[in-house]
Ligand binder design. Sequence first.
Ligand SMILES: NC(=O)C1=CN([C@@H]2O[C@H](COP(=O)(O)OP(=O)(O)OC[C@H]3O[C@@H](n4cnc5c(N)ncnc54)[C@H](O)[C@@H]3O)[C@@H](O)[C@H]2O)C=CC1
Ligand SMILES: O=C([O-])CC(=O)C(=O)O
Length: 320
Amino acid sequence: MARKKIALIGAGNIGGTLAHLAALKGLGDIVLFDVVEGVPQGKALDLSQCGPVEGFDARITGSNDYADIAGADVIIVTAGVARKPGMSRDDLLGINLKVMKAVGEGIAANAPDAFVICITNPLDAMVWALREFSGLPHTKVVGMAGVLDSARFSHFLAEEFQVSVKDVNSFVLGGHGDTMVPVLEYSTVSGIPVSDLIAMGFSTRERIDAIVQRTRSGGGEIVGLLKTGSAFYAPATSAIAMAESYLYDKKRVLPAAAHLTGQYGVDDLYVGVPIIIGKDGVEKIIEISLTDEAKTNLAVSVDAVKELLVACKAIDGSLA
Ligand SMILES: NC(=O)C1=CN([C@@H]2O[C@H](COP(=O)(O)OP(=O)(O)OC[C@H]3O[C@@H](n4cnc5c(N)ncnc54)[C@H](O)[C@@H]3O)[C@@H](O)[C@H]2O)C=CC1
Ligand SMILES: O=C([O-])CC(=O)C(=O)O
């Protein structure tokens, strides 16, 4: 069987980490694309030289030419700019929207059959715009945020309960901003609801509320520490989990930004919800029942995403 082809648009911090993980996991041959000359080529050469040590045969190349992504099975987009301390993700909208236009056109012309995972921020608006610019089916374009936000939530919960992170399952829905919605009702430790763990004395409601808040500002916490950019190891790991579910038709149930057409009362917007990812891309959007509080919080988050789309349409008339 021919090897799969993974194209990574953006060869920065996340792009390089994605390439490393994809090679280590043997997902396929890898093309790193970037507008900066030398960077994708240099990273590809460096990563290729891991091969003899790790024993992987993946062909890793760097390119500044979209023609080289032709035939890609999976494309992961991190092209653009990351925030620095003092900025919000939304401050990146103007500059990254232009990048999404170039990337969308490059994908449409060279790899229209790919499954595309967008990571670039502000995520929910950028994945929507990327889909518009590329014209690919909505089921083949998704945004990565929920897997990362849920991983952060699970990490904090595992630390709090002092249990293995493997047994913690949590869901974060909504837009990938400060209004994201960690859903306590669907967060469990080996099936035991968080509310039961609180009742058993593992934690208190106040401490869990603080964890919810820390999860919401989890990206900003890392930006504040790094000072020169934002998180990249966990974001790359999260996108690779989504790519694997598509490539191996795993049908994993993952929270991700998907195009909603009435689900959760939302129409023509990308927002983080649980979806099933398999060989056809987004195979199902799962509509879980929410408490009134979660519904209200989700509505606030959806409104924040809507505002970003208004801004996108004002900047680029072709999106209106
Ligand atoms: N969705 C999520 O959960 C997360 C999103 N992000 C976002 O991911 C994006 C990438 O983050 P990093 O890799 O850390 O940034 P980075 O700055 O290390 O890498 C971005 C790369 O994009 C390249 N680039 C810029 N314009 C381009 C274009 N037109 N075509 C191709 N490449 C282009 C740059 O040359 C650079 O190499 C940022 O927007 C960041 O905010 C970061 C973490 C999590
Ligand atoms: O916070 C940022 O700017 C990057 C990001 O989206 C995250 O790490 O969640």
